[in-house]
Design a protein around this ligand. Structure first.
Ligand code: GLC
Length: 549
């Protein structure tokens, strides 16, 4: 049966629940707060929401350590609030997708508690190994967050594998019973009316037999043994065949290290097992490998990454477009300029929103929120940040070390959404669970609502344009002036309609450059970041031209 791929016409909004909006005054964002803001989200032109985890969790990794997959955490409002949000979305013609985190659970999940006591059928639900005969760890793998990937469990008398935090033991997906549990979870939410899933680090779920030492990777040792592992496609196919094929839903896979050709094995529309993929390449224009090693932002690297995905997926698969989420610092602070805050915020929006794919916005991105700057490293909450701070750059000055964290920490983008200029930025009437960025008096939703020239209103205009123009969905992508270090210029073309997107990433004025074959005298200027459109592009200026033939 040919599926209707409705997600191709949509724009999604990501909610990282603890910092979105507090509805009950306890200082923690919740679903009551979301309910209040559904019209705001819809008003942005977004027609779908992705919720980062809202299940019961001890919070060792802000909800990515799940203790119960079939419930909603009481601090977020429980099932009662969730059903209201789900209905509220559907009444507005919006979709809702959940985060599926099944590479690992919390160590407080009942399965783990039983597994460590060898209670059947749970004893083989996780990846347990004895020490090596010489008493050392089962292998040399690193976890992605906290040192080595193995922790000793006194109760069981064995080590368990955790590719993330110590409190996030990896599930043994090779066990058919575990896969049945996953299917149960999927059906539970889909039967309730949820419209799909974002699948957390899903490419990690199948580990190579033998779990041997890794002599290939200098950091993240072990990754070649579990990323895109031996049975990954088989397991994903099983989930699709047994569950997804029976529902009108879509799937979005998170893949930390993936290239377009490899991605096609997952998301090719002919025979893939999933619909879209969150890749990290476009997020690595200012870092080597990942955010741990921040380097200078490179426009060329960014353009190459975006273009690669546009070219290589064309006609075969659909892109997921994003520039921010809860795992990366704020984009203006990274790829743009805090000095040219408004201009670069708008240019970043145009740059990605008019490409092929389904765009996602991360809460606060639409008002140009910036990286939070703590005075002290103790103020960081995130498990990954705390570990990195304690173990890296130890020979540098405290200021330098803090600055590095500011540039790379996930907490830089996890502060509460700035709704207005009242106390706590209007996020809560209580004491916020986390720090509010000091700049909330100037950067907030209420102020930008009133200003027609704000980043917020610019996002609205750009999304509206995206939805109005068939060429944005169907047009062929082409990058121009590939080697240019200051401009990103691309076009989208289909029969009868042509679009040219010109973005300056320079903090100085630069000359306009028009690719051959684009006659501006016959074009309509349909979007611009600056008022006058002369021969010079002002710092971070963008323009979009349209030809209807
Ligand atoms: C994904 C999530 C991230 C989480 C990790 C472990 O990368 O996006 O927030 O910490 O997986 O679940």
């Amino acid at each position: 049966m040919q599926r209707e791929r409705w997600y191709k016409d949509m724009v999604f909004y990501q909610i990282w629940p603890r910092s979105f909006k507090d509805g009950d005054g306890d200082g923690m964002g919740d679903l009551w707060g979301v309910l209040e803001k559904l019209d705001y989200i819809k008003g942005l032109g977004c027609d779908g929401i992705w919720f980062s985890p809202i299940y019961p969790s001890p919070g060792a990794d802000c909800g990515y350590d799940i203790a119960d997959y079939m419930d909603i955490a009481p601090e977020f409002g429980g099932m009662e609030a969730f059903r209201k949000v789900l209905d509220g979305c559907h009444e507005r013609g919006m979709k809702l997708i959940m985060d599926l985190v099944v590479n690992h659970t919390s160590d407080e999940h009942a399965w783990f508690q039983k597994s460590r006591q060898r209670i059947e059928p749970y004893s083989d639900y996780y990846i347990w190994r004895p020490a090596k005969p010489d008493g050392t760890l089962p292998n040399n793998w690193d976890s992605n967050f906290e040192g080595k990937a193995w922790t000793w469990d006194e109760v069981r008398g064995e080590y368990y594998l955790h590719l993330f935090a110590v409190k996030q033991p990896d599930l043994n997906m090779d066990n058919p019973l575990v896969r049945e549990e996953v299917k149960k979870i999927l059906r539970f939410w889909l039967d309730m009316g949820v419209d799909g899933f974002r699948e957390d680090v899903i490419t990690y779920i199948s580990k190579k037999e033998g779990l041997s030492d890794d002599h290939l990777f200098p950091i993240y040792k072990g990754m070649p043994n579990y990323n895109h592992g031996p049975h990954i496609h088989e397991y994903l196919e099983e989930f699709k065949r047994d569950v997804f094929d029976h529902y009108d839903c879509f799937t979005l896979a998170e893949a930390p290290l993936v290239w377009p050709r490899q991605a096609l094995k997952y998301i090719d529309e002919e025979n893939g097992q999933l619909d879209m993929m969150i890749q990290f390449q476009c997020q690595c224009a200012d870092c080597l490998f990942t955010d741990y090693l921040p380097t200078k932002f490179s426009l060329r690297r960014m353009k190459k990454a975006f273009s690669d995905w546009q070219y290589k997926l064309a006609g075969r698969a659909w892109n997921m477009l994003y520039i921010e989420n809860h795992d990366h610092p704020r984009i203006i602070s990274r790829y743009g300029s805090e000095k040219f805050w408004k201009e670069s915020g708008k240019t970043l929006a145009v740059m990605y929103l008019l490409q092929q794919g389904t765009p996602f916005l991360y809460q606060g991105q639409e008002i140009g929120m910036l990286n939070w700057r703590p005075e002290d490293a103790e103020m960081y909450e995130d498990v990954q940040t705390r570990y990195n701070y304690a173990h890296s750059n130890l020979n540098k000055s405290p200021e330098k070390r803090l600055h590095k964290m500011w540039r790379s920490s996930r907490d830089s983008a996890r502060t509460p959404v700035q709704w207005d200029d009242t106390e706590n930025a209007g996020f809560t009437t209580g004491t916020p669970w986390f720090y509010v960025n000091d700049n909330y008096k100037t950067i907030n939703v209420a102020a930008q609502e009133k200003d027609p020239d704000s980043i917020l209103n610019f996002y609205r205009r750009t999304i509206k344009l995206r939805k109005a123009l068939p060429v944005v969905r169907h047009g062929q992508y082409r990058e121009h002036f590939r080697l240019d270090m200051r401009r990103y210029v691309y076009s989208r073309e289909m029969e009868g309609q042509k679009l040219l997107v010109i973005c300056s990433f320079s903090d100085r004025p630069v000359k306009m450059k028009i690719p051959a074959g684009f006659d501006l005298s016959r074009a309509e200027l349909v979007l611009q970041t600056h008022k006058d459109a002369g021969d010079t592009l002002q710092p971070y200026e963008s323009r979009v031209y349209l030809w209807n033939e």
